[in-house]
Design a protein around this ligand. Structure first.
Ligand code: ADE
Length: 416
C-alpha cells in the first residue's frame, strides 16, 4: 500500500524526472555500473528526503541497483505530488504528499520505517530517530545509513554521544563534494530562486540580511551580492564573522540589522533567530525567508502574538499586520524557502550530493563488518571519485602529477 495524493499525476512527474536525469551525469554513470552488478540486490532501502525530481531519480537508481526502495518526504511542503506519483508508477513504495499535517507526516514516516530497511538515507534525522524510537527490535538488522544535512548530523552526533546510535551513519554532508557545492552554490542559487518566484520583486538595491555564515550562508550572501543587494551578515561565531567581513560584507548584530533590512534570510540551524525584539523594529513590508532545515528559525508564534493570524496575500506569501500598520511578509510559512517556493537545488548540484549518497550506501555494504555505530566520514577516495565523474560529465580535463612531482611532494629533501 502506498500513500500518495493522486496516481494520475505521474506523467507530469516523469517529465520532471527525465529532465533532471539529463543533467545528472554522476548518477547516470552509477546507474549504468550498478545495473550490471546489482550491489543492493534484495536489500530494503528507506529514503527520507525532499521528494522532488532529483531525489526521485536517485531512488530509481537504487532500484535499478537491485534495492527494494521505499520513499517518504523530509518536509511536508517540499513533496511534489506528481513526482511521488511517478515513483509509484515505476514500482516504488511511496508515502508522502504535499501539505501533510503533522499527523499525516508522521504516518508517512512510520509506514516507510515499517518496511524494515537495511539501508537508510535521511535528510534531517526524522527517519533514523523514528527507527530508534519505535523499531528498536529492528535496529540490529540495519547495516547503516547516510545523512544529507548539517541539522541531521547535529541530531546524530547527540545520539552518538549518549550511546543511543544503533548503526553506523555516514556524514554525507561533510564530504567536500557535498558542502562545497550543495551547501554553497546549491543553497546560494535555490534560495534566491524561491524568494524571487514567490515575491516577483527586485533584489538589486535592497538591503539583504543573512543570519548565519556557514557554507549555506556564504552561498546566500554571495548570490545576493551578485544580484545587486547591499548585504549585511550577522554571526555569533567570531571567525565566521571575520571571514564575512573580509569577503566584503557588512557585519552587525541582528538587532541592529533588524531595523534596516528589507529581506531577511535565516541560515543558522538554530531556533528563534528572528523573534519578538526583531519584529518590533522591522520596517514596513520586510520580507522573511528561512533556509535552515527546520521551521524554527523565524519565530512564527511570536509573529502571531504580535500581529494575530496571517493573511495569505499570494501563494507562498503570508502577511502579518501589526497594530501600528506595519506589515511583515513571511515566505513559505518559514519552511525551507528553496524547496517550498522553488524546486530545491539545481540538478547539476544534487547530482554530486546524491552520487555521494549512493556511494555511501555501497561503502556501508562493503565495510559492514568493521564499522562502528558512530557518525562516520566518507573516505576521501569517494569524494575524488564523484569529482572525477563530475568533471568527466562536464567534459573537463585536468592535469596529473608526473612521477617526479609525486616524488617531490612525498620527500622531505628539498633538493630533489
Ligand atoms: N533536493 C532534494 N534534497 C534537497 C536538499 N536537501 N536541498 C535542496 N534541494 C534538494
Amino acid at each position: 500500500m502506498t500513500l500518495i495524493r493522486d496516481r494520475k499525476l505521474a506523467p507530469a512527474g516523469l517529465e520532471k524526472i527525465n529532465w533532471v536525469k539529463e543533467h545528472m551525469p554522476v548518477l547516470r554513470e552509477l546507474e549504468t555500473i550498478f545495473r550490471d552488478n546489482q550491489p543492493f540486490k534484495d536489500l530494503n532501502i528507506a529514503v527520507c528526503l525532499h521528494l522532488e525530481a532529483k531525489t526521485a531519480y536517485m531512488a530509481l537508481v537504487l532500484k535499478e541497483a537491485g534495492g527494494r526502495v521505499a520513499v517518504t518526504g523530509s518536509n511536508p511542503l517540499s513533496t511534489q505530488d506528481d513526482v511521488a506519483a511517478a515513483l509509484v508508477e515505476e514500482g516504488l513504495e511511496v508515502h508522502a504528499w504535499h501539505g501533510a499535517t503533522p499527523e499525516e507526516y508522521n504516518e508517512h514516516l512510520y509506514r516507510t520505517a515499517s518496511t524494515l530497511p537495511q539501508l537508510v538515507i535521511d535528510d534531517g534525522g526524522d527517519l533514523v530517530s523514528l527507527l530508534h524510537k519505535k523499531f528498536s527490535n529492528h535496529i540490529p538488522h540495519v547495516i547503516g545509513g547516510a545523512e544529507e544535512t548539517t541539522t541531521g548530523l547535529i541530531r546524530l552526533r547527540a545520539m552518538e554521544k549518549s550511546k543511543a546510535l544503533g548503526f553506523p551513519m555516514i556524514a554525507v554532508n561533510d564530504a567536500q563534494c557535498k558542502f562545497l557545492f550543495d551547501n554553497r552554490y546549491g543553497t546560494g542559487q535555490s534560495v534566491w530562486d524561491g524568494i524571487m518566484r514567490s515575491t516577483n520583486l527586485i533584489i538589486a538595491g535592497k538591503k539583504v540580511v543573512v543570519a548565519g555564515y556557514g557554507w549555506c550562508g556564504k552561498g546566500v550572501a554571495m548570490r545576493a551580492k551578485g544580484l545587486g543587494a547591499k548585504v549585511i551578515v550577522c554571526e555569533v561565531d567570531p571567525v565566521k564573522a571575520l571571514e564575512a567581513h573580509m569577503d566584503g560584507f557588512e557585519i552587525m548584530p541582528l538587532l541592529e540589522a533588524a531595523a534596516v533590512g528589507k529581506i531577511f534570510v535565516t541560515v543558522t540551524g538554530c531556533s528563534k533567530v528572528l523573534t519578538t525584539e526583531h519584529f518590533k523594529i522591522m520596517k514596513d513590508q520586510a520580507i522573511l525567508a528561512n533556509a535552515g532545515h527546520f521551521d524554527v528559525e523565524i519565530d512564527k508564534k511570536s509573529l502571531v502574538s504580535l500581529a494575530g493570524p496571517p493573511r495569505r496575500v499570494k501563494k507562498g506569501v503570508d502577511a502579518y499586520t501589526f497594530k501600528d500598520g506595519r506589515r511583515i511578509y513571511l515566505l513559505g510559512e518559514g519552511r525551507l524557502v528553496n524547496l517550498v517556493a522553488a524546486d530545491g537545488h539545481p540538478a547539476e548540484i544534487m547530482d554530486m550530493s546524491f552520487g555521494l549518497q549512493v556511494l555511501a550506501l555501497k561503502y556501508l555494504l562493503d565495510n559492514k563488518s568493521n564499522l562502528e555505530n558512530r557518525v562516520l566520514n566518507l573516505p576521501p577516495e569517494v569524494d575524488r571519485k564523484v569529482a572525477l565523474l563530475k568533471l568527466k560529465g562536464l567534459g573537463l580535463k585536468i592535469d596529473q602529477l608526473t612521477p617526479r612531482q609525486k616524488e617531490y611532494l612525498e620527500s622531505w629533501e628539498l633538493d630533489i
